[in-house]
Design a protein around this ligand. Structure first.
Ligand code: KG4
Ligand code: ZN
Length: 340
């Protein structure tokens, strides 16, 4: 089948975004994302509420993706879906839906690893950017993941560093919560940080061996710092919010950049690809640009809509798997823990 005539319908439901996309070859025809707002009031994703919302959203989201792509579902060549990792209840909704649809349409089923998808999102056709060349280092940073992966080829990847506890997005969100900011607080920390002094306060750097990360200690040190400061001055957070945010962001960015620099040194690879929702962070983007200028790194950041959880990235993996005839059976099951 010609590249142009391969149509992949992709479904993503691993966490709190219900998404469906249609790809023609490596080109995205539609990418619909229903973000679940219900979790905001709880300050984090509530798994049971997430699966219920996926159940409500999945039919209209798939319908909209097909309508926006303006193709008849009879043209679909295969159904790709997120098998894992993620929340079991959420994954089950997408998995069951994809299986039924593949049976109904009589087309193959393609199981996709969500973490591979964050990385292969860089290969979605886009006139504004060129994909990384192999081998490259991929750093996936979001509310659910923090990994550095050595990518040798489309399906030849090796995790060389990952978080031992919280993901970097959680570190942002939990810090924001301590400051009384609403969920998800990462973008708010970023906004305040842009008006603050990154060296106003110094938060400790975790000592973690190799290329792994740890963020739980940072959260605890911020908690103790704020308790002490607000005991002295109840208005401390209000009057120093920009400086606190800038200092927290500065520490998180230096933790990420130090490990990335270490990975570059160990592997000799200067081709860097960043993905996940936290790649929107202005401090990280600035630090990467500095490394491009001073250390000749070549960095790639996909459009934000392909960085955050979305089905287009599941579709691009589906496309590459389709070309390799890598299909799944109807007996395939969702996998909450699923390594690359
Ligand atoms: O990839 P994503 O949309 O969802 C998953 O977690 O899978 O990432 C969301 C995470 C949240 O933790 C959010 O606070 C963080 O990305 N985030 C940011 C920024 N924009 C989103 N963190 C720091 N600075 C930002 N500008
Ligand atoms: Zn993700």
């Amino acid at each position: 089948m010609e590249k142009e005539t391969i149509y992949i319908l992709a479904i993503e439901s691993s966490c709190d975004d219900t998404s469906a996309a249609v790809l023609q070859g490596d080109k995205v025809l539609s990418n619909v994302v229903a973000t679940q707002k219900i979790h905001e009031q709880y300050g984090g994703v509530v798994p049971e509420l997430a699966s219920r919302a996926h159940q409500q959203n999945i039919v209209p989201v798939v319908h909209q993706a097909l309508a926006e792509a303006n193709i008849d579902k009879k043209l679909v060549s295969a159904i790709a879906f997120t098998r894992g990792p993620g929340l079991m209840g959420s994954l089950l909704v997408g998995t069951s839906f994809a299986k039924s649809m593949s049976l109904g349409l009589g087309v193959p089923l393609i199981a996709v690893n969500h973490m591979q998808a964050h990385i292969l999102a860089h290969f979605i056709a886009d006139e504004k950017s060129t994909p990384p060349s192999f081998p490259f280092l991929a750093m996936t940073i979001s509310g659910g993941h923090t990994q550095i992966v050595l990518v040798k080829n489309y399906f030849d990847m090796e995790i060389i560093g990952e978080t031992l506890d919280d993901a970097v997005g959680e570190a942002f969100d939990k810090s924001a919560k301590l400051l009384g900011l609403p969920y998800p607080g990462g973008p708010l920390i970023d906004r305040h940080a842009q008006h603050g002094n990154p060296n106003a306060f110094v938060f400790p750097k975790p000592k973690v061996a190799g290329l792994n990360f740890s963020f739980s200690g940072l959260k605890t040190s911020i908690l103790y710092f704020l308790q002490k400061k607000t005991a002295e001055n109840p208005d401390f957070i209000k009057t120093h919010l920009n400086d606190i945010c800038a200092s927290i962001q500065h520490r998180i960015v230096t933790i990420l950049m130090d490990k990335l620099q270490k990975a570059v040194k160990e592997t000799g690879i200067k081709e860097i690809a960043i993905g996940g929702g936290v790649s929107a962070n202005s401090g990280i983007r600035k630090a990467l640009m500095e490394m491009e200028a001073t250390h000749e790194w070549r960095t790639h950041i996909p459009r934000l809509e392909y960085c955050t959880d979305n089905a287009a990235m599941i579709g691009i993996v589906g496309y590459y798997k389709f070309k390799e005839n890598d299909f799944s059976k109807q007996t395939v099951s969702a996998k909450a823990r699923f390594s690359i």
